[in-house]
Write a new protein. Structure first.
Lengths: 238, 390
């Protein structure tokens, strides 16, 4: 049974039909990426999984149990955490408070402390900024905080929405190394990216979205070598 | 020894940060208390000095100085009244960006709950047997409970179904709730026999505390007194502000309230039950309003179903003055507005030789401030334009 599965999901913004029957699955321990251009429905898919949007049709399953129609906090309780698009750090909370909010539902103080240390090991910069307000961090630091914050919830599935957005190339590579490291520690990851080349280079499998539909799927390598993917998303001529 | 010292020092640091996060904002309030009192006193005395020649019957400077301590105490009481009510407006605005115009009525219902309690106690003969502090604590707890639960109920019934409606809609709903509460309490007042102007009976607070005697002339001394009810009000308000600052700045629940205020969808992605936090905000704001109502009733001695309107609007002014949505701002705005009102109410008549009778002009000052702030500094005294990196 897949850890996370979407079956024929249709999501609307008012009358706008944003997802037109999306089906895909994420297995335990994988990095799966959704790639596609602006407006393809990548973020909408993540927002639907997290419960910020409710699908009008179709099912979202976590280990075979339906989680669509649950409110966001109950989906978090089942182990699905998201680092949202644009990072969405709480600007007037300190770095420590931001991290504590990631562990909001947990009561195990020792476990929380352990995870805090784990986040500091991954992102030493955050430890230096611990008592600084989130809004004063640089873009890269905010991205680290957003990922660290989601890790504080001990996710079974970590949803990452555009972690490369607006960052310098050096930082992007650093963040992607850390994403692989997190995956290596056993966390399943669903990664949404516009930077298709980088995403496909670390993903086990990927799906290509176009205007609310999945048009292609395959392993990271297969997609990276697919002529139409190359032409449309990797800037190469077929 | 060295091994044992480590946890001690970390826990001590934790206590220090807790104290800092609780008393930091209160320190700011304290600075504004002293600042407003000093500035307004100096201005008043200066004006009195300049106008000295216009009056031959009284010495303006001396008259001004003699009542100054009472004016400052009055300013403190008004200030803390506005501050405790303003917190309800500002906290709800923080999480929902919505002005709960029924909040003045939540204050009024708290006052009525206290009056009903005091009337029951009085008719059973227990009232005068109670020590004053016990009575005040019990009445405040009753007022807080009734108003807090009422606020939560109002949110559930009248605001939550309209969460996604255009902004004007819940605002109109709030005005409707406000009118409904006024007339429901009026009905309750007449049915229960409390009466429209219900008495808020209390045990005997005893005579005012004499602090000192101010010699005016060789034969006449004016006593400097502190009314026990005013003192009660100030102490209770300070305790509540400390508790609120602890809750909001030093607990996980408080951090969640601030997280919801800053970014509601992202807060829900952290696993925060946003509806629960919004209800909690109404509970806290309502409870503070109810406590303020009871304390106001104790001080004034009567309550009526329409008493919530003016303090409500003024506390809203205080919240805007301090920066709506900003918790220390609401406290500071309340204090500054309270002092301004107290000074205008007490000195305007004296300094203009009775041309303007001060008490009624105090309201004009309050609302002139509202208009000026909205025009020139809509973000308020402590408000800042929020910057967020995308």
């Amino acid at each position: 049974m897949a850890l996370l599965e979407l079956r024929n999901v249709h999501t609307y913004y008012g009358n706008i039909h944003a997802l037109k029957g999306i089906s895909f699955s994420v297995e335990r321990g994988e990095i799966v990426t959704l790639i596609g251009s602006n407006g393809a429905g990548k973020s909408t898919t993540l927002r639907t999984i997290s419960g910020l949007l409710t699908p009008r049709q179709g099912e979202v399953l976590l280990e075979g149990q339906r989680i669509d129609h649950l409110p966001p906090h109950e989906i978090v309780a089942r182990g699905v955490l998201q680092s949202p698009e644009g990072r969405r750090i709480f600007p007037r909370l300190t770095v420590r408070e931001n991290l504590e909010m990631g562990a909001y539902q947990r009561k195990d103080k020792e476990g929380i402390q352990q995870d805090m240390e784990r986040v500091f090991a991954l992102f030493p910069r955050l430890k230096e900024r611990l008592n600084q307000k989130g809004g004063t961090l640089s873009g890269g630091e905010q991205q680290m905080l957003a990922i660290g914050r989601a890790l504080m919830g001990r996710p079974r599935v970590l949803l990452l929405d555009e972690p490369s957005m607006g960052l310098a190339p050096v930082l992007v590579e650093q963040i992607f190394d850390i994403i692989q490291e997190i995956n290596g520690q056993g966390t399943t990851i669903l990664l949404v990216e516009q930077n298709a080349r980088l995403a496909l280079s670390i993903a086990h499998r990927g799906y290509v979205l176009e205007t609310g539909r999945i048009v292609l799927s395959g392993t990271g390598k297969e997609l990276a070598n697919n002529p139409s993917v190359k032409a449309a998303y990797l800037g190469e001529h077929a | 020894m060295a091994v044992a010292a480590l946890p001690v020092s970390t826990s001590r640091r934790a206590i220090q940060t807790t104290l800092a996060s609780v008393f930091g904002p209160l320190g700011q309030v304290f600075v504004f208390v002293i600042g407003s009192a000093v500035v307004l006193s100096l201005v008043t005395i200066l004006v009195a000095f300049v106008l000295r020649g216009t009056r031959t019957d009284v010495d303006l400077v001396q008259s001004a100085l003699v009542i100054l301590p009472q004016v400052i105490i009055d300013g403190l009481v008004r200030g803390f009244l506005f501050a405790t009510i303003a917190l309800g407006y500002t906290m709800v605005y923080g999480v929902l960006e919505f002005i709960n115009f029924a909040h003045g009525e939540i204050f009024m219902v708290g006052a009525f709950a206290g009056a009903a309690l005091s009337s029951v106690l009085a008719s059973s003969g227990a009232l005068n047997a109670l020590p004053v502090p016990v009575f005040v604590v019990v009445a405040v707890i009753v007022g807080m409970t009734v108003s807090g639960l009422l606020a939560v109920g109002i949110e559930r019934v009248a605001y939550r179904p309209l969460r996604n409606a255009p902004r004007l809609v819940p605002l109109i709903s709030a005005i409707g709730v406000s009118l409904l509460l006024q007339d429901a309490v009026r009905l309750f007042a007449s049915v229960s026999g409390l009466g429209f102007n219900a008495r808020f009976q209390t045990p005997n607070f005893g005579p005012a505390i004499r602090l000192a005697e101010i010699p005016v002339s060789e034969t006449r001394n004016i006593p400097l007194v502190l009314d026990v009810r005013a003192l009660t009000f100030i102490i209770a308000a300070v305790l509540m502000l400390i508790a609120l600052n602890y809750l909001v700045n030093a607990t996980k629940l408080g951090t969640a309230i601030r997280a919801v205020a800053q970014d509601r969808p992202t807060a829900s992605l952290m696993g925060i039950n946003v509806n629960q936090i919004i209800a909690l905000t109404f509970l806290i704001g309502g409870a503070l309003g109810g406590a303020a109502g009871v304390l106001f009733g104790v001080r004034v001695g009567t309550v009526n179903p329409y008493m919530g309107f003016l303090p409500g609007i003024k506390a809203f002014t205080a919240a805007v003055l301090g920066g709506i949505g900003n918790i220390p701002g609401a406290m500071v705005g309340g204090i500054v507005l309270g002092f301004l009102e107290a000074f205008v109410a007490s000195y305007l008549s004296l300094l203009t030789a009775g041309a303007f009778s001060g008490a009624s002009y105090a309201d004009i000052v309050a609302f002139a401030i509202l208009i000026l702030i909205l025009i020139f500094r809509p973000s308020g005294l402590l408000g800042e334009a929020t910057s967020q990196k995308v």
